[in-house]
Design a protein around this ligand. Structure first.
Ligand SMILES: Nc1ncnc2c1ncn2[C@@H]1O[C@H](COP(=O)(O)OP(=O)(O)OP(=O)(O)O)[C@@H](O)[C@H]1O
Ligand SMILES: [Mg+2]
Length: 162
């Protein structure tokens, strides 16, 4: 991305008047150029819905998403179908793209190990952002432990953790 991505008060509702699911509920965040940010959250927390909104596959019910003139079709769940060795190679490639080329990466994952490669993690729950972790100067192992702590506290997807 050439520009930062700005997500402003985005909401996505599914269903009818009498039976509404707030799949994404009042979500706001910014991803600056060069960041490597993860989005985590239990099943049903709105990750896929959010990605579909960011990639314009789906339309927001309310709110705004601003980005530059870049095509965002690359956003997906990149390691989902890979074996662990290929996934690790891809994650290392993401790190190098981020650090050496200044590429902006936004990745959705269930997997704490994959997430530990990110520099920031946003945690979704019930359609909203409920926590944020910044890696800072911590080692990847320390960051992984922090991520696992958040997942454990929130009853997150421990069954997805390798
Ligand atoms: N097309 C749809 N019609 C109705 N409800 C939907 C639709 N897509 C998603 N939802 C609902 O919106 C909420 C968020 O779903 P979403 O698929 O975004 O979660 P997710 O975080 O990607 O989950 P998972 O980790 O299982 O992939 C859930 O309650 C889901 O049932
Ligand atoms: Mg999903």
């Amino acid at each position: 991305m050439d520009e930062s991505l700005r997500v402003c008060d985005v909401e996505k509702y599914y269903g009818t008047k009498n039976n509404i699911t707030k799949a994404v509920n009042q979500v706001s965040f910014t991803v600056e150029k060069g960041e490597f940010t993860g989005i985590m959250g239990p099943s049903g927390s709105g990750k896929t819905t959010l990605l579909n909104l960011l990639s314009t596959i789906d339309r927001v019910t309310a709110g705004h998403i601003y980005y530059g003139d870049t095509d965002i079709t690359e956003l997906d769940e990149p390691t989902g179908a890979l074996d662990s060795r290929s996934a690790q190679m891809l994650l290392n490639t993401f790190c190098r793209m981020n650090e050496e080329l200044g590429a902006t990466i936004l990745m959705v994952t269930h997997d704490a190990f994959s997430a530990s490669y990110c520099k920031r993690i946003l945690f979704l729950k019930d359609g909203g952002i409920f926590n944020e972790l910044i890696r800072g100067r911590k080692s990847r192992r320390e960051f992984l432990n922090e991520i696992l702590d958040v997942l454990a506290l929130t009853g997150g997807d421990s069954n997805y953790v390798k």
